[in-house]
Design a protein around this ligand. Structure first.
Ligand code: SIN
Ligand code: FE
Length: 301
């Protein structure tokens, strides 16, 4: 077996202190999950209860309730079921602030230059959700955001399970360093790399201010790769799988563009995303963009 095909299990790394430690950066970058059995900051029961009583808007384009820190705005909730939208916003803001303050203590080198992305609340039971294949979260995938290209920087996500009794159950698979050598070429890496500015159609649209104008070759590849993996039955069936159960009140974090993941069941999770600049990694060669550039021999951003 060629060296680059070596199997690399995703591990749960349990941490009990919140010192900035080199080993935590390295564990995340290699594709492990940093895990706290108890959520490591104050989170009063009445705030959890308010969230658990908040439902998703029935309009189908909202998959979750989102909080945008830069605008201090909540979207995606069902207004008929929320008596006090300002209180909901306060609770989402407080979670976002606490999660970010915590990340500053644990991973300051990332946070100094990280871009703060959205937080979200996931009120639906994940088991048996009726979503289009592209949106299904019970299929293994690496994350890529259609509206927020990273330009080669990385998606770090921080989750907290606030269900009273149920774990949140994930399956993960081997990280990008194992995944990409196997599947990137079939997913169109060569095609994307040989059209670094995108197709003519995308460029024309981009000239009118569409997202494509800002989308690097890397971002185009990653968006396609997300869909490619979800639609690839052979990959879904045959890849190595690691199952994790995150119990009530636990918190965990992972680079979701490095680690293929899916959520099988669970309800009521909170999440905060930050975009970590790849020049702040302990080992820059761990970044998916570096792995892809190594495979295709071209710059992708
Ligand atoms: C995902 O990012 O695919 C979903 C993770 C979750 O909601 O637990
Ligand atoms: Fe995901």
């Amino acid at each position: 077996m060629p060296a680059e095909f070596k199997m690399e299990a995703v591990e749960l790394v349990t941490i009990s202190d919140i010192q900035p430690r080199e080993e935590n950066y390295l564990a995340l970058e290699r594709g492990n999950i940093l895990y706290f059995p108890r959520t490591p900051f104050a989170f009063p029961e009445e705030e959890r209860e308010l969230l658990r009583s908040t439902g998703l808007s029935s309009s189908s384009h909202h998959k979750n309730i989102a909080y945008r820190p830069a605008e201090d705005k909540v979207t995606g909730f069902d207004p008929a079921a929320v008596s006090d939208p300002e209180k909901l916003r306060d609770v989402m803001r407080t979670y976002s602030e606490r999660a970010l303050a915590f990340l500053w203590k644990l991973l300051p080198r990332y946070m100094e230059t990280a871009r703060i992305d959205f937080a979200s609340f996931r009120p639906q039971e994940e088991e048996g959700r009726d979503l289009a294949t592209k949106k299904r979260n019970d299929l293994l995938h690496v994350d890529a955001f259609p509206t927020r290209p990273t330009g080669g920087d990385m998606i770090l996500r921080f989750f907290t399970n606030i269900h009273q009794t149920k774990p949140r159950v994930w399956t993960t698979s081997d990280p990008f360093s194992v995944l990409a050598p196997r599947y990137a070429s079939a997913a169109g890496l060569g095609e994307v790399a040989s059209h670094p500015k995108g197709s003519l159609g995308a460029r024309v649209l981009g000239a009118f201010g569409g997202v494509d104008a800002k989308r690097s070759a890397y971002d185009r590849f990653m968006l396609g790769f997300h869909d490619y993996l979800k639609f690839n039955g052979e990959y879904q069936e045959s890849c190595a799988k690691y199952r994790f159960e995150f119990p009530p009140d636990s918190t965990w974090m992972v680079f979701t563009d490095v680690v293929p993941h899916s959520v099988l069941s669970g309800r009521y999770a909170l999440e905060q995303t930050v975009i970590v600049r790849r020049d702040t990694l302990a080992r820059r060669e761990n970044a998916p963009i570096e792995i892809l550039q190594g495979l295709c021999g071209r710059q992708l951003a």
